[in-house]
Write a protein that binds this ligand. Structure first.
Ligand code: PLP
Length: 693
């Protein structure tokens, strides 16, 4: 088993061994309550004071306050509450205050959400307004200059968590100074600690929250700097700990650990220098460029943290790249939420006005300043292996021509589907409803497999006026390009269209639309009982009812927002006996299930490129059948017609296997389960089974 390479340092970091040791000591020996006056308490207090003194030196707190708390989200609440209470008091005294809570458009959600929350709770009714950033992700200083007069509170960040873009804090300070603004200023310093020099006491910054777990301390500990003279209201009242600024017995284990990290920062020998980190990032960049043709970086290298990369690859969704890297046991994160088939683009990249495809397909790769060169070298080798996996799977341009196979492949973008039908014997293929973002990828696949494109078909007049079709033809560059057809791409001579031993038949559906039936070729087309697939485009339920489609033919839709994959008229009409949809297997229950169901088929629904990057279809050392989710339709019909053996699906996280099982249940195949939590949890559960076998 390959070791894990963790490249998601901006999300969280492992705990530094010295920090873990300090936490353990604080729990086992130095467990006293720092408020107690006996020796045990005094020892704990000494540790607390020592950690605070270090923290003050590291952030350059000057004569400001520095309190420990649970993390940056709490620090942000405290800062916002403090500023808004002061504004309310000033208003009550009849003093002038600004009317706008101005925050950078790329702030962590904790900032605008806290502003909205406390603005509402305190009944201030101030306007929340996002301050735009430029194409490089830096605050638009001209916009700030124009709006600063209205600002009551300004919230900006020192460095962005998604892109690593470093803010021009001096530039912002100059605008505040030049305008004579009396706005309070909060600077989220979470991503800056350990990566940028800080001297907060020498600045105009009023509030600066920090988080321990972003720099090798545990989760649940953080700190807040408050400038001397800046208004302050405690968020938590009680026993008066932290000089009454943050009540509640201190998280001594967390503070001890954070103290050890701060000691390492002061020591200077534990963490890499800016120059060393930059050199590491350059090595990653070089490997990414070699592995991923066309990769574009979504942040300017010169003005971003040397520990963060954010990139997009044309034709590859962030979910696919994430799955690929995860298969190679390289942990990265996607810049966007993509739990459904419709990926939500990153608001940070959208605020930078990057093209939609880039903000929807972004990957963040980040590491901490404790990273060593051997790990980076290993990461580079894995990245290049991922590139080879993509080439071997014909997903990026490649000279390779792996063996062609018959296939019905579903490719999706934002809930819309393109279907690719391939025939190995005749080395030909048909593309139904091509989508523009997939043009490069489809062309790469066709070239690499050396297919002849028998037709590029549409189920209705293309909504983009044929742009996607043209983009695909351009990308194909004459390679196996389809003969010109009618308005829906249907070749003039063809009725039906031969695809090896199968044939494709077009059926008119009214209003210039059509659907296509695929099955074993017979005399004059495909006999109704031989039709296996119907590519139905955007046909509505009533139209499907009226269509000449058998009850059990697999319906392959042109839109699949919910990731239902495929269906049948029998399922659509509710003629399938209801199946208990809760039939999931926990990772812990998997071993017992497989022992009590020896005929169960273990099915890996990850894609071919994931196997190429990380090894064969297997779970916990037990071989599995490979049925990529994009090819599920190919197999479903055979399963439905065959003996109902128990099928146990799995994937990386349990998301795709859950969709496969839901699809089978809808179609009436009850004996289908999936491993919830996926390989991430299942590997450990099945490993003992594999060893025993
Ligand atoms: N601010 C930024 C820039 C962050 O990256 C994070 C963490 O994701 C937070 C705030 C919230 O920090 P915490 O997890 O300590 O609440």
């Amino acid at each position: 088993m390959m070791t894990e390479i963790y490249l998601d340092g901006n999300a969280t970091t492992a705990v530094l061994p010295a920090a873990a040791a300090a936490a353990l000591h604080a729990m086992a020996q130095g467990f006293g309550n720092p408020s107690s006056t006996h020796a045990t308490g005094l020892q704990a207090k000494a540790m607390l004071d020592g950690a605070r003194a270090r923290a003050r030196r590291v952030v350059g707190a000057g004569d400001g306050r520095l309190m420990f708390n649970s993390g940056a989200t709490e620090g942000i609440q405290t800062a916002v509450l403090s500023a808004l209470c002061a504004l309310r008091a000033r208003r009550a005294r009849g003093e002038r205050t600004g009317s706008v809570l101005l925050y950078g458009a790329t702030e962590h959600k904790a900032v605008p959400e806290s502003l909205a929350h406390w603005n509402r709770l305190l009944g201030l009714d101030l306007e929340l307004r996002a301050l735009p950033v430029d194409g490089d992700g830096r605050h638009d200083l001209a916009a700030l200059r124009a709006q600063v007069g209205e600002a009551a509170l300004l919230c900006t960040m020192a460095a962005n968590n998604e892109t690593g873009v470093i803010s021009d804090l001096d530039g912002i300070a100059a605008v505040l100074a030049d305008s004579g603004s009396d706005a309070y200023w909060l600077v989220d310093c979470v991503q800056a600690l350990g990566k940028l020099a800080l001297n907060l006491g020498a600045t105009r910054i009023d509030y600066a929250p920090f988080s321990g777990h972003k720099l090798y301390a545990p989760k649940g500990v953080g700190m807040l700097y408050v400038r001397a003279g800046a208004p302050f209201t405690p968020l938590i009242a009680g026993g008066g700990q932290e000089s009454g600024q943050r009540s509640g017995t201190e998280n001594m284990a967390g503070i001890a650990a954070l103290g050890a990290v701060l000691a390492a920062l002061e020591d200077g020998a534990v963490f890499r220098s800016h120059t060393q980190l930059e050199a590491m990032r350059e090595r990653l960049v070089a490997s990414l460029r070699r592995a991923l043709p066309g990769v574009v970086f979504n942040m300017p290298m010169a003005t971003s943290l040397p520990t963060t990369l954010n990139f997009s690859v044309p034709g590859l969704a962030s979910k696919e790249l994430l799955d690929l890297f995860d298969a190679a046991r390289v942990r990265v994160s996607s810049g966007s939420a993509c739990s459904s088939s419709k990926a939500a683009p990153s608001y940070v990249l959208e605020a930078m006005r990057l093209p939609h495809w880039r903000s929807g397909a972004a990957i963040r790769m980040s590491f901490g300043p404790h990273t060593d060169l051997a790990m980076i070298a290993d990461a580079c080798a894995r990245i290049e292996r991922c590139g080879e996996a993509l080439r071997a799977s014909c997903l990026v341009p490649s000279e390779l021509a792996p063996s062609a196979r018959d296939g019905v492949i579903q490719l999706g973008v934002d809930g819309a589907c393109t279907w690719l039908l391939t025939d190995a014997a005749s080395r030909s293929c048909v593309i139904i409803d091509p989508l523009a973002p997939l043009a490069g990828r489809l062309a790469a696949y066709v070239r690499c497999q050396d297919y002849r494109v028998a037709a590029i078909l549409h189920t209705q007049a293309p909504p983009d006026g044929g742009a996607a079709r043209q983009a695909l033809l351009d990308e194909l560059g004459g390679h196996g390009a389809a003969p010109a057809g009618d308005a829906l791409g249907w070749p003039a001579h063809a009725a039906p269209l031969a695809l090896g031993p199968q044939a494709l038949v077009r059926v008119a559906a009214g209003a210039g639309r059509a659907y296509y039936l695929l099955g074993r070729a017979g005399a004059g087309g495909v006999a109704p009982q031989d039709v296996r697939f119907a590519f139905t485009g955007a046909l509505a339920a009533a139209e499907l009812d009226a269509a000449r489609i058998e009850l059990d033919t697999l319906l392959c839709p042109g839109h699949d927002e919910q990731n239902l994959l495929c269906s049948s008229l029998r399922a659509e009409r509710g003629l399938v006996a209801a199946v208990d949809a809760g039939a999931n297997l926990s990772a812990a229950g998997l071993e017992a299930f497989l022992l009590s169901h020896p005929n169960a088929l273990l099915i890996d629904v990850r894609e071919a490129y994931e196997h190429a990057a990380g090894g064969a279809a297997a779970l916990g050392g037990r071989a599995a059948l490979s049925v990529p989710l994009s090819r599920l339709g190919e197999h479903v019909g055979d399963w439905l017609r065959g003996e109902r053996v128990p099928l146990v699906f799995f994937c990386r996280s349990g998301n795709r296997s859950g969709k496969a099982v839901a699809c089978l249940h809808r179609l009436g195949y009850a004996a289908a389960w999936h491993v919830s939590g996926g390989m991430a949890l299942g590997e450990a559960a099945l490993a003992p089974l594999a060893r025993a076998a």
